[in-house]
Design a protein around this ligand. Structure first.
Ligand SMILES: [Ca+2]
Length: 181
């Protein structure tokens, strides 16, 4: 069960979102983000909240997002499912000290629109060195129609400062599309 939670809006919300075109559509796509481009504070280790690889796999029933690197306090994964609408449609969020995965809808400027979406089957699959979010494709449907393609932006979040430590591939920018295989 997805729990209600208010999510702090990311900073720098005024920037224009999205990319005009992306790489070829495929059942899976990978975002490669440089190591060492994260922001750390005080005594945190150098790799705290440093994202390196985000893989999106789009199958008949689920969208799986696997994040490699260091998630730090937690992660926010923005999902774009409609190319014609500005910004993402959904936000998948997770805090490192909780086990729940939260799903929200988003506005065109990357803010939470409706939190606490009911999404039976949304879960976290934690494996060594990476974190995988499993989102049933039906939860991403619009008027009963499941998305034909999905692309993602990932942020490692500093919850205390409400800022991103690292963004992949870049601030308010999506990776390539992953069409259902
Ligand atoms: Ca990085």
């Amino acid at each position: 069960m997805i729990r209600a939670r208010l999510i702090a809006p990311t900073l720098l919300a005024g920037l224009v979102a999205g990319t005009a075109s992306g790489p070829a559509v495929a059942g899976s796509t990978t975002i490669n983000d440089p190591a060492g481009d994260n922001v750390t504070y005080d005594s945190e280790s150098a790799d705290y909240g440093d994202l390196t690889t985000i893989k999106v796999r789009h199958s008949a029933k689920t969208v799986k997002i696997t994040v490699a690197g260091n998630g730090g306090d937690g992660l926010e994964i923005y999902l774009d499912t409609r190319a014609k609408r500005s910004g993402p449609e959904f936000l998948v969020s997770w805090e490192s000290y909780l086990s729940e995965v939260f799903l929200s809808t988003t506005t065109g400027d990357w803010e939470v629109a409706k939190a606490n979406l009911r999404c039976s089957g949304a879960r976290l699959a934690d494996t060594a060195g990476s974190t995988t979010f499993v989102i049933p494709r039906k939860c991403l449907a619009k008027k009963g129609k499941k998305p034909q393609r999905v692309r993602a932006n990932a942020e490692a979040i500093n919850f205390y400062e409400s800022v991103a430590r690292d963004e992949a591939p870049a601030l308010h920018t999506f990776g390539g599309w992953a069409r259902t295989g």
